[in-house]
Structure formats: C-alpha cells, structure tokens
Design a protein around this ligand. Sequence first.
Ligand SMILES: Cc1cc2nc3c(=O)[nH]c(=O)nc-3n(C[C@H](O)[C@H](O)[C@H](O)COP(=O)(O)OP(=O)(O)OC[C@H]3O[C@@H](n4cnc5c(N)ncnc54)[C@H](O)[C@@H]3O)c2cc1C
Length: 547
Amino acid sequence: MKHVTNNEIPVLIVGGGPVGLALAGDLGWRGVDCLLIERSDGVIKQARMDMVGIRTMEFCRRWGIVDWVENAGYNRDYPQDCAWVSSLNGDEFGREHFPTPAEAVPPPQSPQNRERCPQNFFDPVLRRFAEQFDGVTLQYQTEFVSLLAHDHGVRVTVRDVVSDRTRDIEAKYVVACDGGASTVRQQLGIDMQGPPALTYTTNVIFRCDGLERLHNKQPGYRYIFIGPEGTWATLVAINGRDQWRFSLVGDANRRERTTEELRAAIERAMGKPFDFEILSVLPWVRRQQVAERYATSRVFLAGDAAHLTSPTGGFGMNTGILDVVNLSWKLEANVRGWGTPALLHSYDLEQRPVGVRNVSEATSNLARMLSPRVTAPSDAVFTPGPEGDAARLAFGQAYTEMMRREWFSIGIHLGYVYEGSPVVIADGTPQPEDTVSTYTQTARPGSRAPHVWLSPGVSTLDLFGKAFVLLRLGANAPVVDALIDAARQRGVPLQVHDLLHAEVREMYASPLVLVRPDGQVAWRGEVLPKDVLTLIDTVRGAAPMPS
Ligand SMILES: Cc1cc2nc3c(=O)[nH]c(=O)nc-3n(C[C@H](O)[C@H](O)[C@H](O)COP(=O)(O)OP(=O)(O)OC[C@H]3O[C@@H](n4cnc5c(N)ncnc54)[C@H](O)[C@@H]3O)c2cc1C
C-alpha cells in the first residue's frame, strides 16, 4: 500500500453526513480551507432526518440557501397533520393540525420556519453549498483509518475504499462528524454517557402511490399507531408523494424482523392488505447518549459522533448543526491567528450542555409517545359503539394535549444559552426559564441574538455571521471608537451597525450589544467598559473578564 503525505490543510472533516457537510460549507463560506472525507459514495440509502429546525433554517438563510431547501423535492403542498389512530382504516383518537410547508408562516421570533426536507434531499443541498467554495474539497469513498496528534497538528491516515490505498494527511485540526459509531471518538478513548439502548427499532421505507386513497383518514405527515398493547408503530410521509417511512418502534430487547413480519405490521397499520414496494429496511438503536467530552486540543466531535438522541422531536441533526456553527468561527479564529486554544476549548463548555439538554428532552418526548404502553388504554377504546366513542374521545384528548410539547418545541431550537461560558461576558441578569413550547427572545449574553424585522424581508439576523458585530442602538448610543481600535489591535474582525429602530432597541435592552459570528450575544452594556482590550480578549479566548 502506498503512503502519500499531503501538505497541511487547516481543517480535516471526517464524515459527510449533514453535520460534516454543513461544517464544510460554513468553513468555505468563511474562506477557510478544509478537506472532508466520507467513506460512502454520498448516496443516501435511507433518509433518517426529515425536519430541518427553525435555527438550522436561520443558518440556511445566512448561507443563502433557503430556496434550495424549499425546492429540494419535498411536496410543499402536503398536509403536515399528526394523528393517532388504531389503524388508517380504524379509529382516529386525535390529531394536531399543521399547515402545509407552502402555507406555513414564520413565528414572530424568527424570519424563518422549520422545513420538511428529508436527508436524501437535504444532504445534496448542503453538498452543493459546500462545493461552491474553492477552498472546500470533498473526497468520497475515503475512509478515516487512524490519527496521531502532535505539537503542531494531527496526522491522519485515510484509505481509498476503491483502490485500498492509504495515505497520510496533515491537518491543523480534525472534526469528527463520523456519526454514532465514530471511529475517531473511539480512537480518542472518549466514552459516551447515558442509556445505550432505549429501543431497537426497525424502519422501512416503502413506495405506495396514492396511499391516501386506501384509507378514510385526512392526509397527514405522521400517524402514530396505538393498539391494546400501547404505541407500537409510526408512519411518516417521507417525501409528501409516494414514499413512506414505517417505524416498528420495538422496545429495549433486540429482535430481528423478517420481511414477512414487517409486511404484516405495515398491513396492520393500514387496517387491510394493500400493494406496496419495500425500498429499504434499516434496523437501528435509539439511544440517549452524550460524549463525556467534545474535544481534545486539536480534535473535535460534532453531530451524532458527540450525541445520540431519540428522533422524537427532530433534535439530532439540528443539534449537530448548532455544534458546527459554534465551532466553525472558533476554528477560523485560530487558523487566522486571532483566536486561542481557550476559544476552541469553549466549544465543549458551551455546546455539550446543549447536547445533554436536547437528548434528554427527546427521551421525555419518547416517554410521552409510548405512555399508552405504561397506562394501557381501556378495552372500551377499542370497542365499537357509543361507550367506545366516549372512551376514544377522552383518551384521544388527553393524548393530543400531552403530545403538544413534542410538536411545539421552539424553545428547544432557539432557547439554548451558553451560560457560564468563559468567552461570554455575563451582565448579571437572571437566567430566564428554559421553556420548550414557548420562547421569549432576549439579548442576554450567551443567548441567540433576537430577530426583529428592520424592513420588509430584512432581519437583524441578516447582519450576523462573518465577523463580530457591534450594534449601536438608538439615537444616543455611545461612541465605540475604542472598541474598534481594540479589535483592530487584536486582529478580530468587527463590524459596527447603527440602528435607530425602537423595536430593536427595546428587544436588545441595551444601547451596545456585541454579537459573535455564530449569532450569539457575547456582551451588552450601557457604555463600553474602561478596559476594552480585556473585553476583546475575553471574547477571543485570551483573557478572563474580571468580575
Ligand atoms: C428515524 C430517524 C429520524 C430522524 N429525524 C430527524 C429529524 O427530523 N431532525 C433531526 O434533526 N434529526 C433527525 N434524526 C437524527 C439525524 O438523522 C442524525 O442526528 C444526523 O443524521 C446526524 O448527522 P451526522 O452528520 O452527525 O451523522 P451521520 O448522518 O451518521 O453521518 C456520518 C457520516 O460519516 C461517515 N463515516 C463514518 N465513519 C467514517 C469513517 N471512518 N471515515 C469516513 N467517513 C465515515 C458515514 O458514512 C456517514 O456518512 C433522525 C434519526 C432517525 C434514526
């Protein structure tokens, strides 16, 4: 086997799933060269994620690819209702109505909406985004083999899976986006903490044209099937057209399913035999695990390599995209020389608690979805007649009410806070309650900088991304020349925006607000601190801010 050593590249990304591709794209967008290696040919055999969360869509807006996501292939006129049924031709217990993607309007807290875009559509969008930058190289059918960290970087051995040749690559930094079974994580000896197996589930993608005509329920995006034994399966409109994802939820016992068993389960869900073509079967294990740490000095874990979650809530990939948006500008800062190792270390301190929070919320969603297994519905729920109707109504109303927390989770997507981060300067205000289904915007340091419309189609969020941004709000905002000088002295990219909008001033609650390149508030105040250099040094990871 031949070994070839390349020249050093700033960032090597291992894994070209949605998280690795998003990092490659964000680095390319920042003008930082990177190489992504992906073991497979990049073709998605079975889509897992399909919900692109509201924060991820805000990043897509920043990257200029919202219309690519919207036009990626999901049927935007497809109804998005969720309903709980005994079968598609049986009883309906309840339903939550949602508009179609085309009809949905963003909530007041954001210029964007969550989108439906399954992985077989979303990965190509992210790939196209990343590929448009000269500094980004994507190498498919290239497998990570091993790494050796040294004083100046990391030597990575990779294997061409077609020719079986290996070669070495020198990188300054490595980011492991290689999924739940992360080889990089294992080689670093980083353990996962948390329950390793909540359920052994089997997913089946099948094709059935006109499935809606085979049953008497209103069309929906997701159906949850509940029988006398409790919740046993779900069905999702994976492309809003002819493809469906059936999940036999299973339990904590590993079990192999035969094709006959799977076909019988799908027909049970329909409530009668029907014609369908199985396209793929994916047995998978639902976990609630977070890596004990997210980084060594030069190697970082992101996405499923760092946290594994039940899909209930759609947090997995979206948390992974948060990871890489947090990490990317810190890598850039270090590659360009104005950031420090402490800034990189803040990735673990800031983002790991978000992982813990999100995976535990997903597990509590799972517990709610499966709760009819614990408190079984009464026999009357499955008995025809008026008594049964009353039992179904009561059961359905309670289930509908309980499930709302999963369907409405804006607080999880927007309300994460980098509390206690050493590169955020606290302003002494109390931490707001961490809510799930509601979200009150705040410019409290550590929070996502709020959205306010500045003019039709232009959001405050459109100001953030490539540099630190200092907002001067209101007519009497203090002069900030000293901070501009300090940033220049330290090589920190800083843009200043003067905004007179009363609504922005009120929302941000201070006349001066410093927003980081990832869109999180780093500092706010009435006036600049006397020691502006310490302020700049703190947010670039070079000095603790005296309290
Ligand atoms: C049924 C289901 C539904 C879901 N729905 C949602 C949802 O709606 N929203 C959401 O946010 N999340 C959802 N998730 C979770 C989501 O799919 C994952 O969190 C997401 O795919 C993780 O992305 P990733 O890039 O970190 O990892 P992966 O998608 O696992 O990608 C890792 C990549 O690394 C490559 N790789 C692995 N080892 C190597 C190696 N040694 N060398 C090179 N390459 C390697 C793999 O080939 C793979 O392409 C769902 C999950 C499931 C199971």
